[in-house]
Design a binder for this molecule. Sequence first.
Ligand SMILES: *Cc1c(COP(=O)(O)O)cnc(C)c1O
Length: 364
Amino acid sequence: MEPRDLSSHSPYVPGRGVEEVARDLGIDPGNLIKLSSNENPHGASPDAIEAIRAHAEGIHVYPKAAHTDLIARLAEKWDVSTAQVWVSPGADGSIDYLSRAMLDPGDRILVSDPGFAYYAMSARYHHGEVNTYPLTRADGFAQTADGVLESYDGERMIYVTSPHNPSGSVMSLAEVRALTEAVDPETLVVVDEAYGEFADGESAVSLLAERDNVAVLRTFSKAYGLAGLRIGYAVVPEAWGDAYARVNTPFAASELACRAALAALDDTEHVERSVETARWARGYITAELDAPTFESAGNFVLARVGDATAVTEAAQPEGVIIRDCTSFGLPGCVRISTGTRDETRQAVETLNEVFADLKLGAHA
Ligand SMILES: *Cc1c(COP(=O)(O)O)cnc(C)c1O
């Protein structure tokens, strides 16, 4: 037998892992600086790790209290009701829950090109179709309501990524509001704030008080350093928050993930330090890298390097793993996650040497 026709589905291409690269190149994983997946270079909050140890004894029981507690804590943080918080395995899980809640077969979504691959993947799993709106290098990937509306044709959902992955650009709250007002009332604008902690502007959660066609995605994978646990959430309008009970996968957010997230939320020192490091590092990369960069509000910087695949490959044996953005639809660009101060300085030095070597090679 065969699965259904999956030819329109493309596999997700993750950033390369340390063990994988080390094994390929026969080098010690301890000597590699991994700046390819926008992870937290400070690791997880020590309090989150402690919470995992403390709750390890309870993992034979389905997560109930922990899930309820996390939802209550997030509702308090955002000043919304508990029905408006949809906890999920990563923000990716929330993307699936929104697809399940919104899409009938054949419904279309609108996503940015270049952009984050999972929106389209999730829509296709749910028998939806995908249209795109362009973001362009020429204007630094500027994000405006009008820019999206030029491509808008009544799609059921529009994804706005702010800060945008991989470019780092943002859509201001005023522009997001304008977009929610301009579209059909049955079009949901989803604002993906996976990198929201690193940006200056106000969260689009504030729009939920006025509008019922906007939802916001947040995650513990980036600023909170819990990528390996898989925990995130959506904040949705009161009007249809109760759909969660009908679409969520039972117990998909695990006991340990919920407990760690609760502890991480209370460790403000760790998040603040993580954000401060990312801000310093994106400034450092912008100033010191011998390649043009785009202004970023995230924990990464997009740089224009010419042959991105050659640069990414040449950097690995030198100990630096970055992300070739060809799979994002941006050949010629690499995305460099912000590391600790030491890692960032080392990576920039190495990359500058790689650029110089490749240039010499090209002229030889
Ligand atoms: C990392 C990321 C996410 C969510 O990742 P999870 O680990 O599933 O929480 C969502 N959107 C964008 C744009 C991302 O870069």
